[in-house]
Design a protein around this ligand. Sequence first.
Ligand code: SPV
Ligand code: MN
Length: 621
Amino acid sequence: MKILQNKCNFDNYRKLEILENPVLQEFISKYVSLCNPKSVFIRTDSSEDKQYIRNKALELGEERPLNLAGHTIHFDGFLDQARDKKATKYLLAQNQDLGRHLNSIDRKEGLEEITAYLKDIMTGKEMIVGIFCLGPLDSEFSIPAVQITDSYYVAHSEIILYRTGYEFFRKEKPDRFFKFVHSAGELKNCVSRNVDKRRIYIDLAENTVYTVNTQYAGNTVGLKKLALRLAINKAEKEGWLAEHMFIMGINGPDKRKIYFAGAFPSGCGKTSTAMISEETIVGDDIAYLRERKGELFAVNVESGIFGIIQNVNAKDDPLIWQAITKPEEVIFTNSLVTEENRLRWLGDERPLPEKGVSFCGEWFPEKKDEKGKVIPYAHKNARYTVRLKSLANCDSELDNPKGVKIEGIIYGGRDSDTWLPVCESFDWVHGVVSVGASLESEVTFATLDKEGERKFNPFSNLDFLSVPIGKYIDMYLNFGKRLSSPARIFAVNYFLKDEAGNFLTDKKAKHVWIKWMTLRICNKTKVISTPLGLIPKYEDLKMLFKEVLGQDYPRESYIQQFSLRIDNALAKIERIEKIYKDIEKIPSLFFETLDEQKKRLKRAKNESGPVISPEAFLKQE
Ligand code: SPV
Ligand code: MN
């Protein structure tokens, strides 16, 4: 406490004392000694404390005000615009192995390296301590968490995105909590200057994540993807699931509200699905799932959205459009600010701006980067940070400590030529293996990898896995055994193209696919059984297109969209098998399930050729 007394003023010291939490005090003093800040600010749940952080972000230029009340913009460095997968590593003891798909470094070596980076890194700056609860308060899902940072932008974002937990800590006095230590490092024009020394190191043994020399939220907001990594590890030990999933409520037949959880890799339609108008949103990014009395329940870990702003427009995304264009506390990132302090983002359907300030500094048309490439006026991964409660369709159960009952799980990826627009799995095992574990996606701008390449991304959670893949699949399979009537598993693909490269489905069609899922869950309709899984009948979709979108749905579209491309489906299984054969301890049920799928596909090809109309299966029934 002595160290803390030196750096905290009376008020801040008292805020810590009140919590009567020696583990918390020790954690903070350790990093006060190491990082050597000028002062320490402890944030309680009070609106004054929240205001203080927002004001400081503005005062120091980490955020700038825009011309709408409550709106601010933050810029990350030009080379700090997405999650850095290469610099994100698990600290592992010598006898530990997470498999080659997970990046790691020797724990001792990693700790030495990060400790050296953190030494005196906050000199002259204030250390901000945020106290949180992941998931709703007072729930079996709640996980206490503490964020140390020297970035007011990070501290401010977390206030919007998470449930603050000062009173929760006061009541529960947890001696175990997730810990996050962040420093943006040396700044130049308010952005991290040493991004080449960006490090994100995860210490599972201590439930601690260290992150330095970066500002992009996916690398720095501890409670987001860094906490997800810690949670997956904890969940595996305790028998629940921590997932990269949205949660949404869909109005099904007979006025029944049906909740779905859905996992999509970044930039593949996750947020836009969760935000479909006329339905309700519980969350758009991270969910914890638990079995209770044979049923599946889930909560949103977060209370806000860190969403991609590219292509957001009033027509396609009315709800998010409303939320981010009204006076309300919103933080924007990496878009362009005009001379009138107005915000512009890519795909906002307005004429090209003439100049402004953006993630590249002063922007003008034809401005080029070091490699001579023209710089767009806003970044593709530019984001908005907003409270879920600002959305007109925020679900009333968002903070329910029990969570919501999940009846359907959806997996989707960016796949131009294989998966159908929607397909239901035969059962839990078939869904887990052939959909969740076999998920592939063409790379988007949300990570620093090469765009367009097809990548394997099981459960859309590969970037965040902190247990070996085999163990994770096993855990999923076992989890299903505990469910008395397991959630149905669906695959969707919004990115299917024809031979000429045109998208085969419209952006809005996703609403139809999900409404169809509710018919299935309520046993209101039959399906066509195909080698890949169960698909909708034309008549059902025709009715739904009319009912949901007021559109005609020609039979030719159905046939084109739902024809099985057998060779592509077989090639996919081969790719997946090849990857998994190289991974240790994959359950044999996994390979058996894929093998059966392969046999079904080959049989169908022998009988009907390489491209099979959905109606061919109807006739066989
Ligand atoms: C994602 O990329 O999956 C996101 C944003 O949700 S990030 O915070 O970068 O993880
Ligand atoms: Mn995400």
